[in-house]
Design a protein around this ligand. Sequence first.
Ligand code: UDP
Length: 235
Amino acid sequence: MYKRILLKLSGESLMGSKQYGIDEVRLAEYAQQIKEVAELGVQIGIVIGGGNIFRGLTGAGKGFDRVKGDQMGMLATTINALALSSALTSIGQKARVLTAVNMFPIGEQYSKWKAIEVMEKGEIAILAGGTGCPYFTTDTGSALRGIEIEADVMLKGTRVDGIYTADPEKDPTATKFDKITYDEIYHKGLKVMDLTATTLCRDNKLPIIVFNMDKNGNLLKVMKGDGIGTLVYEG
Ligand code: UDP
């Protein structure tokens, strides 16, 4: 079993059945799944997106300055991080928010060593604000943090159960890969994550598991090696 994981949660999936913002039911389900795994003694770092609130690129399309839009997106990830830490704390799981840029007292400023110290105490380290830089995504932020904190694996929780030959929501003939190499992702042009994130994982040999986090119990199954999802590896 993995000793230390970096879990990436998309902001969009926090919306649940809503059109915008945070669905409390989905949030509580995520918190429960995370607690179950923490109770096994696994050290957990989490990077959460902000797409349920604001995306810089969408803002730029509406006339926002891109850098300011991205900063708004990074603040959106921080809102989600606070919501998740609150949901975890309310069920008795300690968690701390570490932010990419200084926002004290909303969170403590992130450093690799602070994050490791938090995780070694059995608390969940929620790493907010992505990379802290515009023009990046939280997928890249999670690849970066995964490498920095020396995670054994990056778990990308999505609403589909792995990587498919085509978008399974559009193409009924699409089939799922049990495992795939980073290079196959490039060559087949699969849209798993942005290329910056994929490249960072490949160059630093951080394996990725893409799985459906919206099904209760799946995070535990991934941890127990039940073979759900798709493993991305070096080959
Ligand atoms: N963002 C950024 N730098 C980062 C991470 C995120 O500028 O390192 C901004 C960017 O505008 C992005 C938004 O924050 O659109 C929300 O993150 P993302 O779109 O990755 O969220 P998700 O798709 O996972 O919900």
